[in-house]
Design a protein around this ligand. Sequence first.
Ligand SMILES: NC(=O)c1ccc[n+]([C@@H]2O[C@H](COP(=O)([O-])OP(=O)(O)OC[C@H]3O[C@@H](n4cnc5c(N)ncnc54)[C@H](O)[C@@H]3O)[C@@H](O)[C@H]2O)c1
Length: 372
Amino acid sequence: MIIGVPKEIKNHEYRVGMTPASVRELVNNKHSVLVETNAGMGIGFTDDDYVAAGATVLGTAAEIFAKAEMIVKVKEPQAVERAMLREGQILFTYLHLAPDLPQTQDLIKSKAICIAYETVTDNRGGLPLLAPMSEVAGRMSIQAGARALEKSCGGRGMLLGGVPGVAPAKVVVIGGGMVGTNAAQMAVGLGADVTVLDRSVDVLRRINAQFNGAVKAIYSTADALEQEVLAADLVIGGVLVPGAAAPKLVTKDHIKRMKPGSAIVDVAIDQGGCVETSKPTTHAEPTYIVDDVVHYCVANMPGAVPRTSTFALNNATLPFIIRLANKGYKQALLDDQHLMNGLNVMHGHVTNQSVAEALGFSFVEPKVALNA
Ligand SMILES: NC(=O)c1ccc[n+]([C@@H]2O[C@H](COP(=O)([O-])OP(=O)(O)OC[C@H]3O[C@@H](n4cnc5c(N)ncnc54)[C@H](O)[C@@H]3O)[C@@H](O)[C@H]2O)c1
């Protein structure tokens, strides 16, 4: 199969669909990979690195889209990219279609086979191609929070781990899933005093076992949450209610009563945030202050560490890319229900029920669309 990797064109997006190491795996499987010039430049991969891995480097995205049978990207295709998609071409990337009518309309029109990273599932009920970004964001949240606690950022002027003779900061993590567990791990590693709140007793059991008691795992009632948040120096918001906006667990009233100079990193901001006073910010200006509480609410945290994020994403996507290339999309989808769950739009039909419902399209079963 001919696989195409265009350079990402969304503002400040430096990640790339395939690393040179991933290219080499595909070439070893007897496929051809076309990479747009400078596609990996932002994270230190030169065209020569790609050529050494066996890729052919082409000058424009138009050439890549014209020749490739499968396009592998990171972000959803922008309007100019969508115009280059063609019937029968495979698109494998993040799509996030539910809130994006123009993109969905264009993908329907293209008649391409559009598989979204974010809806591919696994045996444990997880989303394996979203998980790496939650790991990155969870770990980064502690770096961001540590910085927010510095005096020059408006924080209390506290070191997360304290020093011998001085107590560490109290970090409260709301939600003990992928983001929360990774945040807790970093915070414990830095020597902070860490508490995780969750609504799932299974999650609390896992946290307790995983950290051998070094992290307090507390059931998240309104009462417990209030007590913990008011005592915290740093709060990390990592809740998720699948398919819904994040619940506003930290209220305006809590913010007013929190310690002056304390900080909140609301990682769940991409789902609207779990703090009433949160509003999305960017890496250019990541924080703002409400009632003396520093808020960090960057909606695309992994974008700040695109090199790590690209490697993490490739580790998760590569097995699927290889299967799609080796078997062809039909067989690869039929053989793997989890990959099939990633199919969002195909041959002009919407094949994901939530996307169809959100945007008012009729839903066509993926298997029906596949055999049409
Ligand atoms: N800002 C970013 O750049 C970025 C990057 C990655 C992920 N995220 C977001 O981070 C959030 C968390 O993602 P995740 O992968 O960790 O999800 P996850 O499903 O692994 O974990 C979410 C946890 O929240 C818990 N929860 C739900 N309601 C709760 C409540 N009322 N009180 C306490 N806990 C509750 C769940 O039991 C679950 O354990 C999501 O909104 C995700 O989109 C943001």
